[in-house]
Design a protein. Structure first.
Length: 348
């Protein structure tokens, strides 16, 4: 075998191995599966313990080649696939393991669901704002909360939650109001999603920041706050690290956005023309609805009052507190209008 799979001992067997060898490998690795490689090191199949049980029940013997019971068509990902998106797929399709193969189908790594959900736990809590009525998306939001609208077959809120879990966030608060029972029925206490979920129940709309006053206690570590009507693959771990390293009291996630001006523009100085540009494209930074807040600034959030989270940042800037930005260009979609929803459903 040309590829050196010594670091994958017990996870890869050669195609000349027997069913007994496959059973022994699965017993050794404790992962309920083994991959099969040809003599050149290309991964050509996957064998689960279920495949072996079914083979034995239909009359196969332990000395038969393992290759006859392997699955040749199995799901794998490329080396550049990010962990959170892999977790999304695994949860959606009930996969327990996903191999990472390069373009030559050589094994780079194997993702196991229990490892991803068991990512190094972080002490931070997250708050997801999911209480809005989604009036701009009516009529589709008349009977369902906007965060529960599906994008690529799954509710946006579920995508957000699993993304957080994939980065080790284990305690999540969801702020609910409109059609709260739909959200609570779907997620329950979070045990089925690898985390613990608590609900901040708004008796009246509190905006994008007001429900922070409903937290039952002040957390000990920086808080992640996310809008429930967007999906993103931002690296949550890097965001939290940047917040800490920069010594910020608050950090806002931002990203690039381009605006096409539909007219020719003019630069002038006094009554003298300096330059012309025909329908230029402007590059700006936009707020992407992802924030990190130090617990101490929660005292600035009024209780039981409609409070946009941007007003909190204005208060911090007015008092010269250190507020940072975290610029990321990872995939991101904000779903505020029907056309935004259609774009996300097409492209995510």
């Amino acid at each position: 075998m040309n590829a050196d799979y010594s670091r994958f001992s017990g996870v890869v067997i050669v195609d000349s191995a027997s069913i007994r060898d496959a059973m022994r490998a699965i017993d050794t690795n404790g992962r309920e599966m083994v991959l099969v490689s040809d003599e050149s090191g290309h991964i050509i199949g996957l064998i689960s313990d279920g495949d072996i049980r079914r083979a034995l029940l239909t009359g196969h013997t332990l000395d038969m080649p393992a290759a006859i019971v392997m699955t040749r068509e199995f799901f794998s990902v490329a080396p550049d696939a990010d962990r959170a998106s892999i977790l999304d797929v695994m949860k959606a399709r009930s996969f327990q393991h996903v191999p990472v193969l390069d373009h030559d189908r050589r094994l780079v790594a194997v993702h196991f669901l229990r490892d991803l959900i068991g990512a190094t736990p972080k002490p931070n809590v997250a708050v997801i704002m999911a209480g809005g009525q989604g009036t701009r998306l009516r009529p589709v939001t008349e009977s369902i909360p906007k965060p529960m609208l599906e994008v690529a077959g799954r509710p946006m809120l579920e995508r957000i939650l699993l993304h957080l879990v994939g980065h080790g966030i284990q305690r999540i608060y969801i702020s609910v109001n409109f059609k709260a029972e739909v959200i609570e029925r779907h997620f329950g206490n979070g045990s089925g999603f690898g985390c613990r979920i608590y609900y901040l129940r708004e008796t009246e709309p509190l905006g994008t920041g007001g429900s922070l006053s409903l937290l039952p206690e002040r957390p000990d570590h920086p808080i992640l706050v996310l809008n429930g009507d967007m999906i993103s693959r931002v690296n949550v771990t890097e965001l939290l690290e940047a917040h800490a390293q920069q010594g910020n009291v608050a950090t806002i996630g931002v990203g690039p956005y381009q605006i096409q001006v539909p007219f020719g523009t003019v630069q002038a100085e006094g009554d003298r023309l300096q330059s012309l540009a025909e329908k230029p494209t402007l590059d700006i930074l936009i707020n992407r609805g992802i924030y990190v807040l130090d617990p101490v600034i929660l005292e600035l959030v009024p209780k039981q009052k409609d409070f946009p989270i941007t007003d909190l940042f204005k208060k911090l800037l007015a008092t010269k507190k250190p507020v940072g930005v975290f610029n990321f260009d990872d995939p991101w979609a904000d779903v505020g209008h029907l056309e935004d929803l259609r774009k996300a459903q097409r492209g995510w």
